[in-house]
Design a protein around this ligand. Structure first.
Ligand SMILES: C[S@@+](CC[C@H](N)C(=O)[O-])C[C@H]1O[C@@H](n2cnc3c(N)ncnc32)[C@H](O)[C@@H]1O
Length: 237
């Protein structure tokens, strides 16, 4: 049995999801969110982990997942504490092979190890969740490297958030960039000081190639989102 510390408890008013998130999605998913969701659809189409089983962590109702994405896998397990999100996710047309698990894989420094042990053959998708929760021990990178090195995992996550508008032509732009955080920010924001919240997730996948896009989540709030893909051979060096 899962010990209580690793049990995913229901949260309807979670700061990183819950009712507020559903109301935002209702309002923006076909408008402000759509350009980022188009970029995300491209990232997910390019992600071919070669596994029949998918574990998706923090999917909410699957607002960012393109139609048909869940049907790519023979078995899908979602880890999601929001009961309304689970209810909505299960009603997607592509959710035929979807089930839910109660493991909180983001709790404690051994949460990801438990996830790996419970789903040894699965591909794992962290669905905009790692930039939302503080990492046990302060940093997700060593935990991912230690516990999931042998897994095909990918993550899209907030790197920074800000109330400063990016350059006007950024909506729907996805870029590959191996530069510093400052260099990546300069691709999207005009020069000068950028007041921001750092989500401590830059280069979450280490030295592997990474991609970036800006997501306008609300009228005056933008996130820089990173796509990290741990699938396939590690780069040399
Ligand atoms: C910012 S939302 C992202 C929702 C969705 N993936 C998207 O991209 O629109 C973060 C999600 O993570 C979920 N979450 C929070 N803590 C979690 C945990 N410990 N394990 C799994 N999911 C969690 C929240 O309920 C919420 O649905």
């Amino acid at each position: 049995m899962t010990p209580d510390r690793h049990r995913l408890h229901d949260h309807l008013l979670d700061p990183s999801g819950g009712l507020v998130y559903h109301l935002r999605a209702l309002r923006h998913r076909h408008g402000r969110w759509a350009p980022f969701h188009r970029v995300l659809a491209g990232w997910l189409a390019g992600w071919q982990p070669g596994r029949r089983e998918l574990v998706i962590v923090g999917p909410s109702a699957g607002y960012g997942l393109p139609t048909g994405f869940l049907a790519r896998f023979g078995r899908v397990t979602a880890l999601e504490p929001d009961p309304l999100a689970r209810w909505l996710l299960a009603r997607r047309p592509d959710a035929g092979r979807l089930g839910f698990d109660r493991l909180d894989c983001l709790a404690g420094t051994d949460g990801l190890a438990r996830l790996a042990a419970a789903h040894p053959q699965a591909a794992i998708l962290f669905s905009n969740v790692l930039g939302q929760l503080p990492a046990p021990g302060g940093d997700w990178r060593p935990l991912l490297a230690r516990h999931l090195a042998g897994h095909a995992w990918a993550s899209y996550h907030d790197v920074i958030s800000t109330t400063t508008a990016p350059k006007p032509d950024c909506a729907g732009l996805g870029v590959s960039d191996d530069g510093s955080l400052e260099a990546v920010l300069a691709r999207f924001w005009p020069g000068g000081t950028l007041p921001l919240t750092d989500h401590d997730t830059f280069r979450l996948g280490g030295e592997r190639p990474r991609r970036y896009a800006v997501w306008q989540i609300a009228r005056r709030r933008w996130h820089l989102v990173e796509w990290a893909d741990n699938t396939g051979a590690a780069p040399h060096g």
